[in-house]
Design a binder for this molecule. Structure first.
Ligand SMILES: [Zn+2]
Length: 425
């Protein structure tokens, strides 16, 4: 029941949407798995990812998130399950010292959060949230100190999302009774106090000042429901549409005096979807980590007819001679990307003409003009990655003979309207 009761075996990036420096990095750590059980943990972590990315709004925000799996082996399996909470009394030796029965509540499953954060920092310095999967079939979880913890009871992954709501997004529980409605809990009936800091519960249901008032339709009453008996959870059915946002009395362990935004929410009941207010908070947190869309830019390299060759009178336009360099810039270019070079050509008769950007042959070179040589042909060529730079690029064009010689009777051809389209980083 200390850090000596196991070891960190390995770390794997199991969902890769880009560099850790640019994404929201979720770290999943194992607790109470013996080393031979780590393959099972890999499957448990995979199931968590599947549930996460299938659940709105994470489905639409998936490219903002990386997931790292940290395999931590414990000496023993499971978690402490104190007899004081009618548990088994088991006290296995585990790395993060997981235990049920915190505050006398069996389902309240805690770990050594300082050690979790230290381990996450060692393995993934850019981590944003570190979630702990506890290898126990007993129902439980918590979100204490910003560390979501869950065990492997049924619907474990939904509980994990609920705890993630607390730890990563600062969401409050939206249920009205800490020990469950009908538990005859006698305290915490009516909330008296300041406005809670969490975005998804409020003590102020007035239309003018309600903190999620922009999501409430004018036709929805405020408060939307009032609890007639503050010694019990309100059992009335939802008086409005399922997706209607309002102010429903009963939230954050109080039967009265605190309101939640929708009749149901994953922060109230783990089988339900997140309500609109919780969804908005998650979206606001993750949106800055979405990949930037790569915008395009273009450079005009040649905008008049240039005639290459050794017979100045053969074609009209600027006579470039046997060879010519054209300088151009590509401000902000992402040189890791391919770019597209477009131009018009006329009278290209040999394959050996040279067409390079920064000394690298442009893919496709300059195709020969096949039919009517007086007609302009439109060319689309590709420039490979790692060729372009933001300034001082050179397009080199050189006329050659059919056998590739730069002297003698070289090909006479023209180019015009050379435009390079490129992505910027
Ligand atoms: Zn909610």
């Amino acid at each position: 029941m200390s850090a000596r009761d196991g070891r960190v075996v390995r770390t794997a990036k199991i969902v890769d949407h880009g560099p850790a420096s640019a994404r929201w990095n979720l770290v999943v750590l194992s607790e109470g798995y013996r080393e031979p059980e780590l393959a099972q943990f890999a499957g448990d972590a995979e199931r968590f990812c599947e549930t996460l990315f299938a659940t709105p709004p994470f489905d639409a925000l998936r490219t903002s998130i990386n997931v790292f799996r940290v395999d931590v082996a414990s000496t023993d399996s499971g978690a402490d399950d104190p007899a004081a909470c009618d548990g088994t009394g088991a006290t296995p030796a585990t790395f993060f010292d997981a235990s049920f029965c915190n505050g006398g509540l069996r389902r309240s499953l805690h770990v050594d959060t300082a050690l979790v954060m230290e381990t996450a920092t060692d393995q993934v310095p850019e981590w944003h949230v570190a979630i702990v999967v506890v290898n126990s079939p007993v129902y439980g979880g918590s979100g204490a100190d910003g560390v979501p913890v869950y065990s492997l009871a049924s619907q474990a992954e939904r509980i994990a999302l609920h705890e993630l709501g607390h730890s990563a997004f600062g969401l409050a529980d939206e249920y009205a009774d800490r020990e469950g409605c009908g538990s005859a809990e006698t305290d915490d009936h009516r909330y008296v106090g300041d406005e809670p800091v969490e975005p998804n519960v409020t003590a102020d249901p007035s239309r003018r000042t309600l903190k999620w008032r922009d999501l409430v339709r004018g036709s929805t009453a405020l408060p939307t429901t009032a609890n007639a008996d503050c010694t019990e959870c309100d059992s009335q059915p939802n008086p409005v549409a399922d997706d209607a946002v309002g102010a429903f009395e009963g939230a954050r362990y109080f039967h009265c005096g605190l309101y939640r935004p929708q009749y149901t929410c994953l922060m109230q009941e783990s089988a339900e979807p997140f309500c609109a207010v919780c969804t908005r908070r998650i979206r606001e947190t993750l949106t800055p980590f979405l990949p930037k869309r790569s915008p395009m830019n273009y450079s005009v390299i040649v905008n008049q007819r240039n005639h290459f060759g050794n017979e100045p009178d053969f074609l009209p336009g600027v006579f470039a001679g046997r060879r010519k360099d054209f300088s151009f810039d590509c401000p902000g270019v992402d040189s890791r990307q391919q770019s597209v070079l477009m131009m018009q050509t006329q009278h290209v008769s040999v394959e050996a003409n040279v067409f390079t950007v920064n000394g690298t042959t442009v893919f496709g070179n300059v195709p020969q003009t096949t039919e009517d040589k007086d007609a302009w042909a439109a060319q689309v060529l590709l420039v490979n990655p790692n060729v372009l730079r933001s300034s001082g690029n050179v397009l080199h064009v050189e006329a050659r003979t059919g056998s590739g010689s730069s002297s003698g009777d070289v090909d006479d051809f023209a180019i015009d309207n050379v435009v390079l389209m490129y992505k910027t980083g």
